[in-house]
Design a protein around this ligand. Structure first.
Ligand code: KUQ
Length: 822
């Protein structure tokens, strides 16, 4: 048989033309020959045929990039993440490959618009929120910068649940996004990997008489890679996102099958396939479920084995310079079991000794922390870890023992410190602290915004920072300007390009030039800017009308808070302000009133009672406010259901005011804040996460800052008396009174008792009432400012023109310069 490489050099695949004639021909072939649709009009098939035609035009670049990035002596990074919140792909590829116009032309033959076809694509919702979307933006930037970075994730059959609202309550519905297939993915069963679970370990002596450990009697699951192309912006680079699907292994099911138990065999198959069945819908909180640990190990093991397979193909069976050419970035602690798994592979399978294996591991692993919230810090019971992953548990104990020696050497006799820093948390029910395993096993540890990284060093990871200060660094998050400006806001994209050329799409630092461009013809520039904002507000208003049945007038201030619903993000503070405005209107205190449309959207984790109650409260307040004839156009409130990536593409261009109002010190970074800023919204926000850096970039005249700072929050906690704030602020008292009177739950008595109790509790961790006055005053400054439309427009332009830093291109360049060194 000929070797693949020999054949490959003979069969040269020519890139397909990208003109509308050729595209139309491909499209028709797919629609009619491949998919078999001659009659009827099912818009989904138009999407599918178009996606396949476009994919054909990605393919040669994909091969070329793969070859180029897999040459020997090419250092590569692997972004390991349990989440990639990609959203739709078609529009993104069209932009990157510059074939939007031929695509429009082709569809015109069928009297279809591109927008109709694009909206047929289901969102790939393989993530919860910011952390998953960040991974997707990183992939986009790495391709656009031609960095050899491979993404590794799980091909969940069901992504983030779909959110419905019934009688104001959140109802979750499964998101079977793969039901009609996925035209973008290429399954590669030839590169399957086997993953072990359960069983036990035993010692044995190998041929050379060396004592070794083997892991036996395990139930094995097979991981099958499915590759998704990640195209770079007009640079012919196509990177790979490799997603693993779990299936039963032949051996696994055949045993039972041969024993005559067909149904047991099928059950085993089901068990295996459950591993990649569904994304855990908890954002910033731990699930603690065995299946979640299985997912984590499944991803880590399959990906590491895959990297080693590729390594051996080009480098043979030597691992001396493995660490020179490979680096793993762990997206939070979720894939951190990779630290122990790489040790296992190198020691048990590749027969390296502990020292060599540890050197390789600690030179290739890098860990990103995304949260300080204690409820989100992962720790697994050692009992669970031992029964599911017996060999990994042994290795973790060994890592910890060595580490404890190191600590004892540096701080002799400091037993408290030993206990504090131990990877194994003692006490009844021992647990493995995954963040500590990640720190001990990595050469780099980073936070995701300046403040967050500082708080890691002074708080959560203080002991570790004292031991290894050189490991700690900051990498402020970003968002990709391709999706979040060029694709989501075509009107502004064309306007910007008319004014400063198109270089900004590939290098957002150029966006600064908007300021000078504006001065050339200020009046026209400002008019253009406001016109576009109005049109984008209309597009958003249409969506709100369709989805919520609420009429948003585009002359009003569009005030938007969309993000996961969580107490620390303080959607409640927003609602208290809405109630305050309602009280004012009812009192007739409406002279010089600025009409405001408040939009709130976001999903609550299905088991998070308080978050779900907040959604219900928003819906009830919206109903009362919107139906009150005294209120009219002065105030509108809508809860937008099923907030996701493609909805954000409509929301952020149409927003005037971006709500980023978390309790200071709690939001690690935030990335929605950056999407809004890029699209010319002005932020009302606390001194938290990346808000701080946004404020510094744009200047305090163009940002509405309010609330306690992180250190003030900690100070206030000692002696927090919410009742005092109510007693000293008649407007807050009015709001609380109305809420407590049951005005928003007239036929559902006591419905909001838990919300009220949480707000009034001296132990409220989010200190919502402490920031009420500052927030309401700040909102008054907002409306004053909005009345002067010219000033507002200037601030809006300032926000977009100063958003250059918040491109993930910059973030990725910093990861590369400081950590990856590709
Ligand atoms: C935790 N932690 C468990 C799924 C997600 C998690 C399961 O990451 C964003 C930040 C944002 C932070 C979010 C995060 N998600 C932390 C999570 O809350 O502030 O912008 C990306 O860094």
């Amino acid at each position: 048989m000929k070797k693949y490489d020999e054949i490959k050099t003979k069969v040269v695949i020519k890139p397909l033309p990208k003109d509308s004639y050729s595209l139309s021909e491909s499209f028709n072939l797919y629609l009619r020959n491949h998919l078999g649709h001659f009659t009827g009009f099912v818009p989904y098939y138009f999407y599918e045929a178009m996606a396949l035609a476009v994919r054909d035009r990605i393919m040669t670049n994909w091969y070329d990039t793969w070859d180029r990035h897999n040459k020997p002596q090419t250092r590569k990074a692997y972004y390991m993440s349990l989440e990639f919140l990609i959203g739709r792909a078609l529009g993104n590829h069209l932009l990157n490959m510059d074939i939007e116009q031929p695509t429009r032309d082709t569809l015109l033959e069928f009297s279809m618009t591109l927008e109709d076809v694009i909206s047929e694509e289901p969102d790939a919702g393989l993530g919860n929120g910011g952390l998953g979307r960040l991974a997707a933006c990183f992939m986009d930037s790495c391709a656009s910068l031609d960095l050899p970075v491979l993404g590794y994730g799980i091909r969940y059959e069901y992504g983030m649940f779909k959110q419905h609202i019934e009688n104001g309550h959140q109802i979750e519905e499964p998101d079977h996004w793969l039901r009609d297939g996925n035209p973008w993915e290429i399954p590669r069963p030839e590169f399957e990997q086997s993953i072990q679970f359960g069983g036990y370990t035993e010692k044995y002596h190998d041929n050379e008489g060396v004592e070794r450990v083997r892991w036996i009697d395990s139930n094995d699951v097979v991981a099958i890679p499915h590759d998704m192309p990640i195209s770079g912006y007009r640079n012919n680079t196509v990177n790979t996102l490799r997603l693993w699907k779990a299936t039963a292994s032949e051996v696994f099911s055949l045993d039972d099958f041969n024993a005559g138990s067909y149904s047991d065999a099928v059950e085993a198959k089901n068990d295996a396939e459950h591993i990649s069945m569904v994304l855990y819908p908890n954002d910033a909180s731990e699930s603690g479920k065995v299946l979640r640990l299985k997912q984590q190990y499944f991803l880590a093991s399959a990906s590491l084995q895959d990297v080693i397979r590729i390594w051996e193909r080009t480098n043979g069976y030597q691992y001396d310079d493995f660490a020179r050419y490979n680096v793993f970035q762990l997206n939070d602690t979720h894939p951190t079991i990779a630290v122990a798994e790489l040790m296992r592979i190198l020691i048990d399978i590749k027969k390296l000794d502990w020292k060599q294996a540890w050197a390789i591991t600690t030179q290739t692993m890098a860990y990103t922390n995304h949260t300080l919230l204690p409820e989100a810090l992962e720790s697994w019971p050692t009992t669970m870890m031992k029964s599911l992953l017996p060999r990994l548990m042994e290795i973790i104990y060994q890592i910890n023992e060595n580490f404890m020696h190191e600590v004892a050497l540096k701080w002799p006799g400091d037993n408290d410190r030993l206990a504090r820093m131990s990877i194994i948390e003692e006490g009844n029910g021992k647990r493995v602290r995954m963040a500590y395993l990640a720190i001990v096993g990595s050469f780099s540890i980073n936070g995701v915004a300046d403040l967050h990284s500082k708080l890691l060093c002074t708080g959560l990871f203080k002991d570790f920072y004292e031991l290894w200060p050189e490991k700690f660094n900051n990498k402020t998050n970003g968002v990709t300007p391709r999706r979040w400006l060029a694709h989501a806001n075509p009107l502004l994209r064309d306007f910007i390009t008319e004014n400063i050329g198109s270089d900004w799409v590939a290098d957002l630092s150029h966006i600064k030039q908007l300021q000078q461009a504006m001065h050339k013809n200020e009046a026209a520039f400002m008019r253009g800017w406001t016109d576009i904002k109005q049109q984008n507000k209309q597009r958003l208003a249409n969506m709100v009308k369709n989805e919520c049945g609420v009429e948003f007038n585009t002359d009003a201030l569009f005030d938007v808070q969309v993000k996961r619903v969580h107490e620390y993000k303080r959607q409640l503070l927003n609602i208290l302000h809405v109630i305050h405005l309602y009280v004012k209107i009812k009192k007739g205190d409406t002279s010089n009133w600025t009409p405001r449309c408040v939009l709130i959207g976001g999903k609550a984790a299905p088991g998070y009672h308080m978050a779900k109650l907040i959604i219900k409260l928003v819906n009830n307040v919206a109903e009362i406010v919107n139906e009150d004839p005294d209120v009219g156009d002065r105030l509108k409130v809508a809860f937008l259901k099923n907030y996701n990536v493609s909805r954000m593409e409509v929301i952020c261009p149409g927003t005037d005011l971006s709500e980023q109002i978390s309790t200071a010190g709690k939001e690690a970074s935030g990335t929605g804040n950056m999407k809004f800023m890029m699209n010319g919204a002005i932020t009302i926000g606390t001194y938290d996460g990346a808000n701080i850096e946004i404020l510094e970039a744009v200047g305090e005249d163009n940002f509405f800052l309010f609330g306690l700072k992180a250190d003030e929050v900690e100070g206030m906690r000692q002696n927090y008396l919410p009742q005092g704030f109510i007693d000293n602020d008649s407007e807050l008292a009015d709001v609380m009174h109305l809420l407590e009177s049951g005005h928003f739950n007239l036929f559902e008595p006591h419905l909001f008792d838990d919300v009220i109790a949480a707000l009034k509790s001296p132990h409220d961790p989010w200190l919502t009432l402490a920031d009420f006055r500052s927030y309401v005053d700040c909102q008054m400054r907002v409306v004053d400012f909005f009345q002067n439309r010219e000033a507002w427009t200037r601030a809006s332009i300032a926000n977009t023109s100063n958003s250059g830093f918040f491109s993930t291109d910059r973030t990725m360049q910093q990861y590369n310069a400081d950590i990856w060194k590709l």
